[in-house]
Design a protein around this ligand. Structure first.
Ligand SMILES: NC(=O)c1ccc[n+]([C@@H]2O[C@H](COP(=O)([O-])OP(=O)(O)OC[C@H]3O[C@@H](n4cnc5c(N)ncnc54)[C@H](O)[C@@H]3O)[C@@H](O)[C@H]2O)c1
Length: 257
């Protein structure tokens, strides 16, 4: 019997990048996975490729009505949700704070922070009903330490870390665990976009910027979506039943706390 047989998991931003790796690892452990992503076509394609039962729902996590429609679709189709993975996120446009527009602040905070609040609010009643309730939030190495020129992104990821700790305390009496995963550097669309913008600011090639990021990682290699997926599958399992409110770095040693 696999670790997650009979469990239902919702993975936001589950169609591509880290979310795709997480949905794969959960499905391989027997979970029925809901791929909830703003890119509905990519969600359909990825859900169809997963082993076992799956569902794709086009969702914008920053919009309350879209998240409510997701929760209803999942309840109608699959019943109680055991595992919520708040992964959907966008990267920042690196900008000195004195030049940063409110639109850029709102764009990043609405998806990365508000999205976690809206999805948690929508799914907590169901997750509480589960005997194996889990919430897993995807923060970042910059959810615990600062980084120049991306104040909006760092603020959004610290918010995710704070929501994780607060919900861990709030939901512990219901037997629900809440933890955060802090990925390092992955060669996803999101980080590729950030590298392109940083390279332009620094007047260097994208290859030089990727090399700079790699040099900061003690293990000397980038993380993969499945590195994060394996951690999510463990946190979702009964083996992690006594872990809550904790931050797990999946970063090759970039941050050591
Ligand atoms: N790539 C990295 O190096 C890195 C490092 C640390 C943390 N993270 C975090 O990991 C998460 C995933 O990042 P990634 O690198 O896989 O990004 P990605 O761009 O490869 O994938 C993000 C997914 O989220 C979806 N998405 C975007 N906006 C959405 C919205 N409003 N509603 C629903 N879905 C939406 C996209 O369609 C896409 O499928 C993000 O929260 C990101 O901040 C990434």
């Amino acid at each position: 019997m696999a670790d997650l047989d009979g469990r239902v998991a919702v993975v936001t931003g589950g169609a591509k990048g880290i979310g795709a790796g997480i949905s794969e690892c959960l499905a391989e452990q027997g979970a029925t996975v809901v791929v909830a992503d703003i890119d509905g076509a990519a969600a359909e394609e990825h859900a169809a490729a997963l082993p076992g039962r799956s569902l794709a729902v086009a969702t914008d996590v920053s919009k309350a009505d879209s998240v409510a429609a997701l929760a209803k679709a999942v309840a109608d189709e699959l019943g109680t949700v055991d595992i919520l993975v708040n992964n959907a996120g966008v990267g920042p446009i690196p900008t000195p704070v004195q030049d940063m527009g409110e639109d850029e602040w709102d764009r990043v905070m609405d998806i990365n922070a508000r999205g976690v609040f809206l999805c948690s609010r929508a799914f907590v009643p169901s997750v509480i009903e589960s005997d194996h309730g889990r919430i897993i939030n995807i923060s970042s190495i910059v959810g615990q330490t600062g980084f120049a020129l991306v104040i909006q992104y760092v603020a959004s990821k610290f918010a995710v870390t704070g929501m994780t700790q607060s919900l861990a305390k709030e939901l512990a009496p219901h037997g629900v665990t809440v933890n955060s995963i802090h990925p390092g550097i992955l060669e996803t669309e999101l980080h590729g976009g950030v590298v392109k913008l940083f390279s332009a600011i620094q007047g260097q090639s994208e290859e030089a910027t990727w090399d700079w990021f790699r040099a900061e990682i003690p293990l000397g290699r980038f993380q993969t979506p499945r590195d994060c997926g394996e951690m999510a599958a463990f946190l979702a399992s009964d083996r992690a039943h006594n872990l809550t409110g904790a931050a797990f770095n999946v970063d090759g040693g970039w941050e050591m706390h």
